[in-house]
Design a protein around this ligand. Structure first.
Ligand code: ATP
Ligand code: MG
Length: 583
């Protein structure tokens, strides 16, 4: 790659639409350019880096015997209709029509296509196990495309699918993928955690995510000292054990103008001294949150969720628990249709399938049988105190949707810590959901038809490039890990002396003969300062400067990460660079 001809323009200014430092640098250093929101063009340097990431993934997938294929991105509706995902995917799916007005879509993930292709080609248990993968463009109309290539609307995913006749077979395929992913993420250089995940719209059971630990993460996960780690969506808080009832009979009190937890707690402390002599806190109150579920067929169903007043309902946890239904706000117009709901004072007196509202009422599992609460009395300006769960009110079940906090007890009975991460990979045991919907069956040893059991496994390739950039940078530019860098060495020729350029070109030729990839800044009439800045911005780990020192027979080898530089005799330059690269 010769900088004099390379299709590249580095920018001194940050792009206006970039939030994260790595994203800014990828644009400034000429790796990617935005084509539209969440849609990016890959320039020569970017493609090099992407190919390195793809290469690592490909090697590890091939190592476990998975075979590479490529499906189209433009797909027919029917298979997605058969599995219900044409509808379930909701607004995230890019749907379109061809000239005959036939419905089509741009693939967000390819379970359906792999399933029907295997069905077309295979019919016996002898053909299995089978693992197939592709590295291919995916399309999702993300509500909030973000941080450049971290969340794109067009992005590249490595997706693989395993096909087995038995649960044990599936477990083996899953474990092989899990091991391959561990190798991939180690090689990509992430600090990552493997967390229990929710399997969301994919259906199926066992599912884990590989999260890159990062403050930029949109995903919150929890872990504990026993090694348990889970996405917040997947955390199951243990059901609180029943407690002995200590509260007296429930009693309704006037609490005028207390529609919020804050105003309620203040009023309680002012007018209704706590029996124990302590202050009331938000945790003594039971907050009943109403939402509207919208099912895939369009039907709307209200849902009431009871949580301790010091917690919010966590939108992400809730979404997953009610999927495939969507969650919408409970509007003023909805309140009109349920006159028994006294907004700001809603309580278990009217909530529940058997109660006057008929609205399903689910409680947070931290609410123990026997515990006493202050909650709405279903009349404006009134609350009920000492209302005991199990004695004075019941619910239709529990739901794991409350916001989690540092220190909450997790499934192992020890405190959880919270951290943020970016989902880099996801492995699922799908089971027979897709095979069943699309009729993928094979004959087993006894000549009986059995439904094939499947796994699906994804790695975000372009997201990985973005995340590696976020993790490897300084104020001057990117600093690629060696295995990912667009080149092994960046050779900079400086000065006006022709001899410098001739010698530099000679060194480049020798380095290339040794099999190294070289970026050669051979631009005439560009100042050394600009060349050094560009080299730092681009971020190849080793920089070789051929310049003034050449008169004394020396060149300079620079380490981009540490900033260390040393003069070496020009005759040793190639050997020195090779040592760095192969270290
Ligand atoms: P997220 O929760 O971040 O939206 P997801 O759970 O929808 O991701 P999967 O369907 O599991 O994603 O896709 C497999 C992998 O593809 C993810 O682990 C992630 O690395 C990558 N990926 C998903 N959506 C995007 C996107 N919009 N842009 C870039 N990569 C993505
Ligand atoms: Mg996922």
């Amino acid at each position: 790659m010769r900088m004099s001809t390379l299709f590249l323009r580095t920018l001194r200014e940050d792009p206006a639409d970039a939030e994260l430092p790595g994203h800014k640098l990828l644009v400034r250093a000429g790796y990617i350019r935005r084509a539209a929101p969440g849609i990016y063009t890959w320039l020569p340097l970017g493609l090099k880096v992407r190919a390195k990431v793809e290469g690592i993934i490909r090697e590890e997938m091939n190592r476990i015997g998975a075979q590479e294929v490529q499906f189209p991105a433009l797909l027919p509706r029917e298979p997605y209709e058969a599995t219900g995902r044409w509808t379930e995917y909701g607004p995230n799916l890019f749907r379109l029509q061809d000239r005959r007005e036939t419905d089509m879509l741009l693939g967000p993930t390819h379970e359906e296509m792999f399933t029907i292709t295997v069905k077309d080609m295979y019919s016996s248990y002898k053909d299995l196990p089978l693992s197939l993968y592709q590295i291919q463009n995916k399309y999702r109309d993300e509500a909030r495309p973000r941080a450049g290539i971290l969340r794109g609307r067009e992005f590249i995913m490595k997706d693989s699918y395993s096909f087995d006749v038995s649960a044990e077979g599936l477990q083996k395929s899953y474990d092989a993928h899990r091991d391959a992913y561990i190798k991939i993420f180690q090689r990509l250089g992430f600090e990552y955690v493997i967390v229990h995940a929710d399997s969301g719209a994919m259906g199926g059971s066992a599912s884990e995510e590989f999260l890159a630990v990062s403050e930029h993460g949109e995903d919150t996960f929890v872990r504990d000292e026993t090694g348990y780690a889970a996405n917040v969506e997947a955390v199951e808080i243990p059901q609180a054990k029943p407690v002995e009832i200590t509260a007296g009979a429930a009693h309704v009190e006037d609490t005028p103008d207390t529609p919020t937890i804050e105003t309620l707690v203040a009023a309680l402390n002012a007018d209704h001294a706590h029996g124990d002599g302590r202050e009331w806190t938000a945790a003594d109150t039971l907050k009943n949150v109403l939402v509207m579920l919208v099912h895939p067929d369009g039907t709307r169903e209200p849902l009431a969720i009871g949580v301790p007043g010091d917690r919010e309902v966590d939108a992400k946890r809730l979404e997953v628990k009610v999927a495939p239904a969507d969650v919408e706000a409970f509007e003023e117009s909805d309140f009109k249709r349920y006159p028994m709901l006294a907004k700001g004072y809603i309580g278990p007196g009217v909530l529940g399938e058997e109660k006057s509202s008929g609205i399903r009422y689910l409680l947070d599992p931290s609410i123990a049988e026997g515990s006493a609460w202050v909650t709405g009395a279903d009349e404006h300006g009134k609350h009920v105190l000492d209302l005991v769960y199990g004695r004075d009110f019941t619910a239709d079940g529990t739901i794991q949707a409350a916001q989690l906090r540092e220190g909450d007890l997790g499934p192992n009975g020890v405190g959880l810590t919270l951290a943020r991460g970016v989902e880099m990979g996801h492995i699922f045991q799908l089971g027979t959901k897709y095979a069943e919907a699309l009729g993928l069956k094979v004959l087993d040893e006894n000549g009986k038809l059995v439904t094939v059991t499947m796994g699906s496994y994804g790695v975000g390739v372009t997201r990985a490039v973005g995340m590696i950039a976020e993790d490897n940078l300084d104020e001057y530019g990117l600093i690629w890990p060696r295995e990912i860098a667009p080149a092994d060495v960046h050779v900079v020729a400086t000065g006006k002396d022709d001899a410098v350029f001739v010698k530099a070109a000679e060194l480049v030729a020798q380095l290339e003969t040794e099999g190294l990839e070289v970026i050669f800044d051979d631009r005439p009439k560009v100042s050394p300062g600009v060349k050094f800045k560009d080299a730092e911005l681009i971020g190849v780990p080793t920089i070789l400067v051929v310049g003034k020192g050449l008169e004394q027979g020396n060149v300079e080898v620079k380490d981009r990460r540490s900033g260390d530089r040393r003069e070496v005799p020009v005759d040793d330059a190639v050997a020195e660079v090779l040592r760095e690269v192969r270290a």
